[in-house]
Design a protein around this ligand. Structure first.
Ligand code: 0L1
Ligand code: MG
Length: 267
């Protein structure tokens, strides 16, 4: 991937600083392609990698990864046609049933996802869904709170990957299950806000099977020269479109076989 770089080292460092500012102080910025119309996906991952290094240097712990834009509903909603990945740190995790502040977010949205916890390391290229299932310790339900740093949630694939695929917060919970005990392809999901059902879907919406999304994460990591370590927490991508939330909202994501995950949003 590095052979397709068009940004200089200085540009990559400067852009990672721009995202660090926008993410930690919650302000919106224009999409990167306004300034760099020729930038490539390799450039985007180089900025994301630099941002990850900056956070790790500051003491954040890398705990896993996420697949983004893995369902048709998400791709249509955001106007892109290729999935992406992003990194997850301990600072993004929130406990189940907690109050999540939106004062340090710009325009949060929630997504229901199946999360995988790995018992073995995986390395690409050519990682398959079967290899993912064999390397999985257990799965659990999760809600991702995404927050694009781009004004109006408007971006293209190059810009959003550099913004760590809109990663902001996540909540894992419900009931952990072994993959051999459930059919991961046919899990139904309903998301309720303030007691009202706002979206529903089935897990096959995620690239046909959520394990395919984890294989995609492993194969993109290989292009970045990285592996997925044992113990990683990996979210496979939204099953429905993302739903905007505001202070006062109570969210319950109900997953067939995996239980529910709840949280509320406060100022
Ligand atoms: O987790 C996701 O699918 C988000 C990927 C980035 C696109 C977005 O912000 O909706
Ligand atoms: Mg997501």
């Amino acid at each position: 991937m590095s052979s397709n770089l068009t940004l200089s080292r200085e540009d990559i460092v400067r852009l990672s600083e721009r995202f660090e500012g926008a993410q930690t102080r919650a302000y919106a910025i224009p999409k990167l392609t306004n300034e760099y119309p020729g930038m490539t996906i390799a450039d985007s991952y180089a900025v994301q990698t630099q941002l990850r290094r900056r956070f790790i240097e500051q003491g954040h712990k890398l705990i896993g990864w996420k697949a983004g834009l893995t369902s048709k509903a998400k791709m249509v909603q955001m106007g892109v046609d290729v999935p992406s990945i992003g990194f997850l740190t301990d600072r993004m995790a929130r406990p189940e049933n907690s109050a999540i502040s939106v004062s340090d977010l710009i325009h949060p949205r929630v997504e229901c996802e199946v999360a995988f916890v790995m018992k073995h390391e995986l390395r690409g290229p050519n990682c398959t869904a079967e290899q993912v299932l064999a390397a999985t310790d257990y799965v659990l339900p999760a809600v991702e709170v995404i927050d694009s740093r781009f004004s109006g949630f408007k971006f293209d694939l190059e810009s959003v990957i550099a913004d760590n695929s809109s990663s902001a917060r996540f909540v894992g919970g419900g009931r952990a299950r072994y993959v051999e005990d459930i059919d991961l392809r046919t899990l139904g999901v309903v998301i309720e806000i303030n007691g009202e059902m706002v979206a529903m879907g089935a897990s096959a919406a995620v690239l046909g099977h959520p394990a395919e999304a984890i294989a995609m994460v492993v194969n993109i990591l290989a292009e970045l020269g990285e592996v997925l370590p044992a113990g990683s927490f990996v979210m496979s991508g939204a099953i429905t479109e993302a739903i905007a939330v505001k202070p006062g909202d109570s969210v319950v994501a109900r997953f067939q076989e995996l239980g529910s995950v709840s949280m509320r949003f406060v100022e």
